[in-house]
Write a protein of this length. Structure first.
Length: 33
């Protein structure tokens, strides 16, 4: 299992990714575009 909280990415002052909570169960695939 992969678990994360407060995942974010910024380029300068622009936020391009903001996920409060993310949980990916074992055996599942996850893609982010």
């Amino acid at each position: 299992m992969i678990k994360t909280t407060n995942l974010s990415k910024k380029y300068g002052k622009t936020t391009v990714l903001n996920i409060a909570d993310l949980e990916i169960p074992k055996g599942q695939s996850f893609g982010l575009v």
